[in-house]
Design a protein around this ligand. Structure first.
Ligand SMILES: *[C@@H]1O[C@H](CO)[C@@H](O)[C@H](O)[C@H]1NC(C)=O
Ligand SMILES: *[C@@H]1O[C@H](CO)[C@@H](O)[C@H](O)[C@H]1NC(C)=O
Ligand SMILES: *[C@@H]1O[C@H](CO)[C@@H](O)[C@H](O)[C@H]1NC(C)=O
Length: 310
């Protein structure tokens, strides 16, 4: 993480902390997995297409959201049809719009240039206007630095994805949270190499990915959680450690969820986020009928034909 210790990076981190990143105003109880307390995860966004939730994301500044590259599948008309997307901020129950909800349209979507089914499943979404921070809408910290590693290896994943493969989150689709244990890519490959799925093969987890979950399964992210945050606490401040990417099923034994390790993409992210000047924070909103939304504890999409992305 040392490479983020340049004076510029540290200045930007200091600015981000002053803005209050990673510090929800509302803190909740720690539970094993289930409905998140309202406002506990104010950087969580829902990315919607024609009113339907299809991916999660994390607010990392007033105008930028990070998500998974596989969320912007070509079938969704990227990049020409940017207008069909909305980023929903400050939401809690997808079927019961919150007063804090802001629906933003999208200025641009930047897919990582090295994105393939095997790597760099990360994308940036720029909102048309900077959003105003509230108790329910706040960015997560994400700059890696030598002292921002989590206090322990327990982190949280959140989203509105399915609660099991093919089981959608019941109405009113309350944001779900689950506590998961970080598993480094080598240990994760050891698990994935147990009765390896022939479609996935051996050693599918690359060094720029990180896993989270448990060898016994049960607590995981799932389809519809893709792009959402794996958030880790460092001395009371939350950092974006990973982005929900893929898994072999959801919550299965020896198949923890696999996440893009944001630290590996920090410089690329900074390159875009810091180049767009974000003066102050105004609000962008457009009301948008919200009639949908999948959900969480565990997820999956069709990983570009090979792996099961979430
Ligand atoms: C893409 O991959 C190439 C080859 O590994 C690497 O040199 C380059 O820095 C990567 N691009 C980004 C934006 O990380
Ligand atoms: C989910 O549903 C699809 C299509 O209905 C089916 O092919 C698949 O086997 C199901 N997956 C699980 C884990 O039940
Ligand atoms: C943790 O945060 C507290 C209060 O903000 C601060 O006093 C302390 O120095 C921090 N500890 C570390 C290790 O950063």
């Amino acid at each position: 993480m040392g490479r983020f210790c340049s004076p510029l990076a540290l200045t930007l981190l200091a600015m981000a902390l002053l803005q209050g990143c990673g510090q929800p105003r509302i803190s909740g109880r720690i539970v094993g997995g289930g409905d998140a307390p309202r406002g506990r995860w104010p950087w969580q966004v829902s990315i919607q297409y024609n009113g339907h939730h299809f991916c999660g994301g994390s607010l990392i500044s007033a105008q930028w959201v990070v998500t998974a590259a596989h969320c912007q599948g070509s079938h969704l008309g990227w990049p020409e049809c940017m207008f069909i997307y909305r980023v929903i901020l400050g939401e809690y129950q997808l079927f019961n719009p919150s007063p804090s909800r802001v629906a933003s349209s999208v200025r641009q979507i930047i897919i990582h240039p090295n994105y393939s089914s095997q790597s760099a499943d990360v994308a940036l979404v720029q909102l048309t206007e900077p959003v105003r921070f509230t108790d329910e809408i706040r960015p997560i910290c994400w700059l890696g630095s030598s002292d921002s590693s989590p206090d322990n290896d327990m982190c949280w994943v959140t989203g509105w994805g399915t609660t099991d493969s093919n089981v959608s989150l019941p109405s009113p689709k309350t944001l779900q949270e689950v506590q998961v244990q970080l598993i480094d890519f080598k240990a994760c490959n050891t698990l994935y190499n147990i009765d390896p799925d022939p479609q996935i093969g051996r050693d599918p987890v690359k060094p720029n990915m990180i896993c989270a979950g448990y060898a016994e399964g049960k607590k995981d992210s799932c389809q519809g959680d893709s792009g959402g945050p794996l958030a880790c606490d460092h001395n009371g401040t939350w950092f974006l450690t990973g982005v929900v990417s893929w898994g072999d099923g959801c919550g299965k034994p020896n198949r923890p969820g696999v996440y893009i390790r944001t630290e590996a993409y920090g410089e690329w992210m900074w390159g875009h986020v810091s180049s767009s000047n974000q003066p102050s924070t105004t609000v962008s909103h457009t009301s948008w009928i919200n009639d949908a939304g999948p959900s969480f504890s565990t997820f999956i999409l069709s990983f570009t034909m090979l792996l099961l992305s979430r």
